[in-house]
Write a protein that binds this ligand. Structure first.
Ligand SMILES: C[S@@+](CC[C@H](N)C(=O)[O-])C[C@H]1O[C@@H](n2cnc3c(N)ncnc32)[C@H](O)[C@@H]1O
Length: 384
């Protein structure tokens, strides 16, 4: 029964459009109504981090209509809540939707460590022990305040799925570029914490070689990202090596600013670089690739594998993605950096991620997502 109801929980939290919802007809209406009251309406998580009001209004109308069509008596608490939602000012269609919380929920693979159990002790939903929950405050529009970074984009969902399946990649010094509001960052931080929880001999401490730095060019985006990391429901307070920093890829192409990026890479010293949906504008490609080349071409530590970047791009326009592919693989960037072209491996990612209902977000219309794995042609380099 829990599995049949889970899609509704996921859809409610991640603001999936009502037209995509399916009523779980195989279950008795009484059970569905009990779930709606206990797991959605009275769920303390949604009390603290409510989904967008307009979304809730459509969701509860849909639920009431379905229950009524089955001649089920509607629980008073649902009716009262729906009336309350109707009473709130309706401005949709007149002004852009304001930012609201989105909660993404997925089934955990593997057992919970005692540390994870302790962190989750305060969460009471029947899905909190068996599922991962992350919550972010996100913009309701594609572009807000001149940036695309205030919402989560579809390549992030596909890359998150990939990282959940390859958590060992993240036992490293990880840098995310163009982090946006922090969806991938929160998942990476959680995976790093879980990996160390399961390895009590090398706990995650300030001295460990496992860290995460999130970066973006936009101050507002980075502030929102920091706020999202700090939401108590995301339980990241125990991660000792988590930070956010400004990084502008364009700096590397400007002789007077390039040293800023060099210093950044020196400080962060990333083994693994992550990025999702970074190429929506062809003009940004040279700066992005040059930044990646600068990060990857640095000498590695003694005994460590070569640095790698995992960049997931949504193929909205073949030409734009092809420009990224060829720029990374050709010597064009080498001219800028007096280095070598990068190794480029490529694979398709599953854009129908199980992590989130990515079709729920405007602009995420099920385009294919490609993963580019970049590394330095110098391969394993001289030990430091
Ligand atoms: C489409 S958003 C993707 C955000 C996030 N990675 C995701 O998938 O949800 C692109 C991100 O790249 C950032 N960005 C754009 N130009 C940049 C630059 N020159 N340097 C660093 N970040 C940049 C934007 O601020 C934005 O957060």
């Amino acid at each position: 029964m829990e599995d049949d109801l889970f899609p509704l929980l996921k859809a409610y939290g991640s603001l999936c459009p009502i037209r995509k919802l399916q009523w779980p007809i195989i279950l008795p209406p009484t059970e569905i109504q009990e779930f709606l009251v206990e797991d959605l309406l009275l769920n303390p998580h949604f009390g603290s981090y409510p989904p967008d009001t307009a979304h809730q209004r459509s969701f509860w109308k849909w639920a009431i209509d379905n229950l009524e069509s089955l001649r089920e008596e509607i629980d008073e608490r649902i009716l009262e809540y729906y009336l309350q939602l109707l009473g709130q000012t309706k401005t949709e269609g007149l002004v852009a939707p304001s930012p609201s919380f989105r909660t993404y929920i997925w089934k955990r693979t593997g057992d919970m460590s005692p540390a994870m159990r302790r962190r989750k002790a305060s969460q009471s939903s029947r899905y909190s022990q068996s599922h991962e929950w992350i919550t972010l405050l996100e913009s309701g529009t594609t572009i807000e305040n001149g940036t695309t970074g205030l919402r989560t984009w579809s390549a992030s969902f596909a890359l998150a799925d990939y990282l959940v399946k390859h958590p060992d990649l993240l036992k490293a010094r990880v840098l995310e570029i163009g982090s946006g509001v922090g969806f991938l960052g929160i998942i990476i931080a959680k995976l790093q914490m879980h990996a160390q929880d399961n390895c009590p001999k090398s706990p995650l401490t300030r001295q460990s070689d496992v860290s995460l730095t999130l970066s973006d060019v936009d101050h507002d985006v980075l502030r929102r990202c920091q706020d999202n990391l700090a939401l108590s429901c995301n339980s990241l307070n125990d991660h000792p090596n988590l930070s956010c920093r400004i990084l502008d890829w364009s700096d590397v192409l400007d002789a007077s600013l390039k040293s800023r990026t060099e210093q950044f890479m020196e400080d962060v010293d990333p083994d693994v670089i992550i990025g999702a949906d970074l190429v929506y504008d062809i003009d940004i490609v040279p700066a992005l690739v040059a930044t990646l080349a600068l990060a990857l071409d640095r000498p590695t530590h003694s005994g460590s594998a070569c640095r790698k970047a995992y960049i997931a791009l949504t193929v909205r326009n073949e030409g734009t993605v092809d420009t990224f592919r060829t720029t990374a693989g050709k010597s064009m960037v080498a001219n800028v950096l007096s280095g070598k072209a990068l190794n480029v491996e490529e694979e398709a990612l599953d854009e129908r991620s199980s992590l989130a209902m990515n079709e729920s977000l405007e602009g995420n219309h099920g385009f294919p997502v490609r993963l580019f794995v970049l590394s330095s042609k110098l391969g394993k380099q001289k030990a430091l």
